[in-house]
Structures are given as structure tokens and as C-alpha cells.
Design a binder for this molecule. Structure first.
Ligand SMILES: O=C(O)c1[nH]c(=O)[nH]c(=O)c1Cl
Length: 311
């Protein structure tokens, strides 16, 4: 069974990787992902120029149907991840470096640092962190999105993708795709968590996490329908040269299969990785292969982006 894919000339022998932010803040976590069976790549926790402790108090909680988080961008700072990248020599698994500046200036400064560095992997510009108090998600500001990409592409020549928030209106799929199609992006990664959900602990009649009065990004099973819609809506609208990483709601091999049917080239795993650890990738890969066997598929190309409508 052939589970390969490629983005911007990088070849992936497996199509699973972690969602940025999950199990990827430290070298130890990243090395565990690199060594894990079933991963074809790995991505670092979204970096800011300087280290950040992130939000205080309980900031992640598993839920019956997924997870809620308001981490607040805790990370070791860009130079830590560039240093990991400079010592990264795994030819089998390309490295993605995620950045999430709190301002446009920070994002451009980090892109300039990466451009000037020896980094030879792919870069993911996170436009969708929902958990920094007072900072709206860039991905919901179409003009700001266009502006950062315009400025970035005046100097940045390495493979660049964007991590998008979920959209909930077909007109917004049209608008964001029209913007992204104007740039030589390697890929889009969709979706980030469904922003600013709120859940209640029935034992204590309180919220589930501490930051921002309990409002946080939702992941896991409860966001699968939104992830499928965004992956498919974007796939239908984006230039074929812009690949798609599908993220959101993956608990089983069938969920991986569904994101591929919807148009995904690679599939990222967040909540299930947080809950099961890196062993989740071997389980998901074997379940995907079993699903493909049931359909007599030996290649992902036989069903990628082949979701059928009813009419
Ligand atoms: O709170 C976070 O660190 C966070 N949490 C998310 O669910 N998505 C993001 O992009 C980020 Cl940056």
C-alpha cells in the first residue's frame, strides 16, 4: 500500500504528522515524533520571536467529544526551533517549522530570520491562534491576511504554508481562496481549533479551563464535520499547485480516509495525539490501510479528492 504524498518537492513516505502545538514544544517531544512509526513528517510548536510561558492555570482539558485548550502560545522561542532544525538530518521525514507572531512585524521578522538561516524544511505561518487575550485571529481578517502574504513573498523564497482557522460561510471559502490563490503557497493547513468554545464541568458548575474565563479552542471528534467542510471547500477553490494538509477530528483510520476523500494530501493529528501519544500514528496508519484494503485501493491517489455528491 502506497501512502506517499509530496509538497513543494518534499516527499512524504507516510501521510500522517502531528498538528502544530501538540507533543512538539521540546526537542524530546519532537524526537519522539520523528522516531514514531507512521509519521511522514513533524512540525514544531508555533514559535514567537522570544520564549513564552503561555497562559497560566489549567489550560487544556479532554472532553467526551474532543478537547478544549487555551495554551496561549507557550514556546521556546524561534531560535530554539531553528537550532533543532539546524541539527535535523532525517532525510526520511521532512521538518515543518511553525511560527505565530503576535504582530505582523513579528511574523515578518521571524520569516526574515528563517530566510537568512540554513533551514531547509517547510514553514507554516499560523494565522489562527485563538487563545492570546486581546489578539484576534489574522485568518479572520482578510485584508491583514493579504497584507502579510504580500510582504512575506517580497523576500521569502522557502516553501511556505499557512495554518487557517475554520470558516463557516461558503462566501468566506470564496474570499480566502481568492486571496491565497494570488500567492505561490506550498500548501494550506486546515483547520486550526474551532475558536472560543465554552464547556461546563457538571460537578462544579464551572468552566473547564482557566484562561479567558474558560473560552478556548475546540478539537477532536466534535470538529470533524467542520474540518471536512473546510478541507473540501478549500480543495475545490484553491489552485492545484497549493496542496492541503487536513487537520481536525481524526480518531480513526476512517477519519484519515475521509479527510483524504475531501482532498487532503497530508493529515495532521492533534487531540488524539495528546490523548494517546505517538503510538497513535501506527494505529491510524494500520486502520487506514485496512480501510483501503476493503476498497481494494493500493494507492492514495485512487481516492484522494474523490468525494462524491448525491446528484
Ligand atoms: O493556545 C495556543 O497556543 C494555540 N492553541 C490552538 O488551538 N491553536 C493555536 O494555533 C495555538 Cl497557537
Amino acid at each position: 500500500t502506497n501512502l506517499t504524498a509530496s509538497i513543494a518537492g518534499f516527499h512524504f513516505q507516510d501521510l500522517l504528522l502531528n498538528a502544530a502545538g501538540v507533543h512538539c514544544e521540546t526537542t524530546e517531544e519532537l524526537e519522539a515524533l520523528r522516531k514514531a512509526t507512521g509519521t511522514g513528517a513533524l512540525i514544531t510548536k508555533s514559535a514567537t520571536p522570544k520564549p513564552r510561558p503561555g497562559n497560566s492555570g489549567l489550560r487544556y482539558q479532554d472532553l467526551p467529544l474532543g478537547s478544549i485548550n487555551s495554551m496561549g502560545l507557550p514556546n521556546q522561542g524561534l531560535s530554539y526551533y531553528l537550532d533543532y532544525a539546524n541539527h535535523y538530518h532525517d532525510q526520511q521525514k521532512p521538518l515543518f517549522l511553525s511560527i505565530a507572531g503576535l504582530t505582523q512585524a513579528d511574523n515578518l521578522a521571524m520569516l526574515a530570520d528563517i530566510q537568512a538561516s540554513e533551514f531547509t524544511g517547510l514553514v507554516e505561518l499560523n494565522l489562527s491562534c485563538p487563545n492570546v487575550p486581546g489578539k484576534p485571529q489574522t485568518g479572520y481578517d482578510f485584508e491583514a491576511t493579504r497584507q502579510i502574504l504580500t510582504k512575506a513573498f517580497t523576500f521569502f523564497t522557502k516553501p511556505l504554508g499557512v495554518k487557517l482557522p475554520p470558516y463557516f460561510d461558503l462566501a468566506h471559502f470564496d474570499q480566502i481562496a481568492a486571496i491565497l490563490n494570488a500567492f505561490p503557497l506550498a500548501y494550506v493547513n486546515s483547520i486550526n481549533s474551532v475558536g472560543n468554545g465554552l464547556m461546563i464541568d457538571s460537578k462544579t458548575d464551572t468552566v473547564m479551563i482557566a484562561p479567558k474565563g474558560g473560552f478556548g479552542g475546540l478539537g477532536g471528534a466534535m470538529v470533524k464535520a467542520t474540518a471536512l467542510a473546510n478541507v473540501h471547500g478549500l480543495r475545490q477553490r484553491l489552485n492545484p499547485t497549493i496542496k492541503v494538509i487536513g487537520t481536525g477530528g481524526v480518531q480513526s483510520g476512517r477519519d484519515v480516509y475521509d479527510l483524504i476523500l475531501a482532498g487532503a494530501d497530508l493529515v495532521a493529528v492533534g487531540t488524539s495525539l495528546h490523548q494517546e501519544g505517538p503510538a497513535v500514528f501506527q494505529r491510524l496508519r494500520s486502520e487506514l490501510i485496512a480501510e483501503m484494503d476493503r476498497k481494494n485501493y493500493t494507492e492514495v491517489d485512487q481516492f484522494r479528492n474523490r468525494l462524491q455528491t448525491l446528484n
